[in-house]
Design a protein around this ligand. Sequence first.
Ligand SMILES: Nc1nc2c(ncn2[C@@H]2O[C@H](COP(=O)(O)OP(=O)(O)OP(=O)(O)O)[C@@H](O)[C@H]2O)c(=O)[nH]1
Ligand SMILES: [Mg+2]
Ligand SMILES: [Zn+2]
Length: 415
Amino acid sequence: MEEKPIFLCKRIVCPHCWHEFSPDQILAISACPDLLGDIHLGKFEHTRFLPSHFNVQGQPLDSRGYVCQQLACPHCHLRIPDILLQTTSSFVSIVGAPASGKSYFLASMSYRLRTLFPNEFGYTFVDADPLMNMRLRNYESRQFENENQNAIVALEKTEAEGDMYNSVDFDGQPVIFPQPFIFTLNKIDAQESEKGIRNLCLYDNAGESYIPGSDKADSPVTRHLGKSQAIFFLFDPMQDNNFRSACHDYSDDPQLNSSQLRSNMRQDAIFLEMTQRFRYLRHLSATDKTNVPVIVIVTKFDIWQELLKDAPHPLPSPWKRVEGEPTSRLDMDTIQYVSEYVRSALLTFTPAAPAMIESFSSNVLYVPVSATGCAPEQDPETGALGFRPGNLNPVWVEVPVLYFLHLKKLVSALE
Ligand SMILES: Nc1nc2c(ncn2[C@@H]2O[C@H](COP(=O)(O)OP(=O)(O)OP(=O)(O)O)[C@@H](O)[C@H]2O)c(=O)[nH]1
Ligand SMILES: [Mg+2]
Ligand SMILES: [Zn+2]
């Protein structure tokens, strides 16, 4: 007997090209070693096809009768992990200027969430597909699982093209798509029927991809903005003259020296460009305000923490245990009042930023984050800035995702 597989999602968004389709359009990737060649991916890739034969378990069979384990998008033909067909997926766009700290933030955030989630929140936070998340895993292990705690380790700058991108050929025109990082949240003690699994898709774009004019038909690498359910906007105070001058008395981080700056892009221009792409992709007018949350992640908090004069030092824990409950709850009061302090600091040093952001979204939260908890050091051999794994101590890197999951009703807050 042949049975079609049951996919629980009614609509699927491809994590590579963001094409939306119904499950009956999904392609299978042939498993027979001889069935090679694909119109979009080239002659060395296994052939993609719309399956019509299935085994009793509902798995597609290729034309040679091999069982196909892997599925692909009907538009770009890139592989889609099958967990994306079983449970809903949320997209989050990470936006920020070059060198604002996106890659360091992503690495610290994912490492912390993997380790924290099971015990504190009763979920596992795992790779939906280890191959897809390999680059991020590599960042994490170099920084947080390094046997040499004293070596100076640096994460490389994200390039706007290269091996972080998949190239797809559409009628002779190569188009590049960014490699998604996908996590699955799985409730540990859920009853079978209420299994609350969710997928979280994120991208580590190069800051250059947010520069006005860089969104092109052959590199639509930030078009996740058309689907994202939250925007993490990384604001780097070290790229702002007023912030930098105010920090000189408190820190000797090499980034306070303007000659060390890797980027001189105006961060408001990056934000405005993002809003234009967002509105264009969602058919919104230039004045429409969105309710998609914008979480303003003010990075490198280890350098500017002294500027939050009245805030408690160190920052309090953003989650708390409630007596008698097995997991923690988010402390939204603490997160909100810290947000107010950060907003005031932005108003002091870069007064136009909060108004610009708040005129775009009706749901804005400001979160101070340090991906490293310490300043970089110069590698005596290469001259490059890096961090000693033993010194890393991330601050509040989990809060943006926890807040987003709280909005999605997956993480509860104190009453
Ligand atoms: N002091 C301090 N420095 C940081 C922190 N996070 C990142 N940095 C520094 O900022 C630099 C840029 O960080 P990245 O994460 O590479 O920035 P990015 O936004 O990914 O940059 P692109 O890949 O060019 O878009 C790094 O080389 C670090 O030295 C932090 O939490 N504290
Ligand atoms: Mg980067
Ligand atoms: Zn696709």
